[in-house]
Unconditional design. Sequence first.
Length: 406
Amino acid sequence: MAAVKKPKLDIYTWEGVDKQGKKVKGEMEAASVALVNTSLRRQGINPLKVGKRRGSLFQIKKKIKPKDIALFTRQLSTMLISGIPIAQAFDIVGKGHENPSVQKLVSSIKQDVESGTSLTQALGKYPLYFDALYCNLVAAGEQAGILDNILDKLATYKEKIEAIKGKIKSALFYPTAVVVVAFIITAVLLVFVIPQFESLFKGFGADLPALTKMVVALSRGFQDWWWAIVGSIVGTVVATAYSYKRSLAMQHTLDRTLLRVPIIGEIVKKATIARFARTLATMFAAGVPLVEALDSVAGAAGNRVYYEGTLAIKNDVSTGMQLQASMNATGLFPNMVIQMVAIGEESGELDSMLSKVADFYEREVDDAVAGLSSLLEPIIMVFLGVVIGGLVVAMYLPIFKIAASV
């Protein structure tokens, strides 16, 4: 039987009159003008003008960040817990958000829900923002009639995951920024400052110190080959990023290498374990079966090594192996985590134990990032002193030599 081809969806802008005779307008994603008119009439709106909006929804997607989705989830859960109907909750959340792209996204979801689509299906149209984990939890909440509670758990999960991501980025950004600044300052000295000293040294008529000769040669080489040096650095970064996105082998290699980097690797490992535990605890508490939950956990791992390890755990668990035994077999989890999971399985409180593991490792990441900043400050000062100070000393050595001979 041939697969049914899904119709192409476009964004339509519309204007109409509601039941109270008030003029209203908005946007809707649909396959045709006729479907837009039908959907509006179901909502009690008499359409006056409907037209296809220029540009695609892809232009909107780029502007919506994970933090926006976390805030949307928190606001929506708060509204539903307060007893506000879901349609009205979407109205309040959408109009109250500062990001106009989020407003349009929320409006589109609201229109789908009002036309009879389930919230899970409405969210599933936007996989860039609402992944399988998000949709699975919402589906579990809708089926069990506890959507407000599930959205509250989702909001907490999203907020904690974003906090962990922010800490990892700050831990990696600091040393990277210093290296980039040091390179720029060095390049400026080599291109603009050292040639001025070189022309001054030519008038001395004396033999230059070895360090000064080396720096002058480095300056000449950089001036002649700067395009190749800069091109190689940029090319390497772009090629690595491109390969990482498209090659599973490259992802595995780089992610495993990152885990082995001193200090940074330990922070990434703790953050990944925290994300693993937090995601599995949230899924399990929502009543999602363990094997199905592990699929979403693998996708949320954020590290290829742990992604593959989680899929291996899923395969083991599906054959009847205990979760703690399967986790132990991967060699990716500390003994403390495995023991906590074992206690959770025996006591029937696996979600509670996993939440405690996540809390513990999130605090560990906080402490590690704070310690890293304190450790890096003296190292960075020494690094900058050696690089920049070395160039300055090399330029002043001939002057000191002449002054000493006078």
